[in-house]
Design a protein around this ligand. Sequence first.
Ligand SMILES: [Zn+2]
Length: 118
Amino acid sequence: MPHTVPACPQCGQENTYPDGDNYICPDCAHEWPQAAAASTEDEATGDGVVRDANGNPLQDGDAVILVKDLKVKGSSSTLKKGTKIKGIRLVDGADGHNVDCKTDLGSMLLKSEFLKKA
Ligand SMILES: [Zn+2]
């Protein structure tokens, strides 16, 4: 049987093995979920298309509408559901923040799953 278990993300050893929903590294006792490893791979090999809350592909310059109230990090302001944002820019931000928006509250990174194409 081929060795399909990924190397340990913590120490890099390859003596890892699957156990239930997790992978386990006997060298450093690190455990991590198999599902997370799989989704990371999907992202790496994905088609690179950014999709909105309805699954429609988004492009640079699109106008979008918020489908959810979003707290603005580091402030007490909230971007209200229904706010329209014009001229988005797709980026490869951290933690899935893949849309650069200019809003009334300034420029910020949002997740496409909270937006829908206007
Ligand atoms: Zn390890």
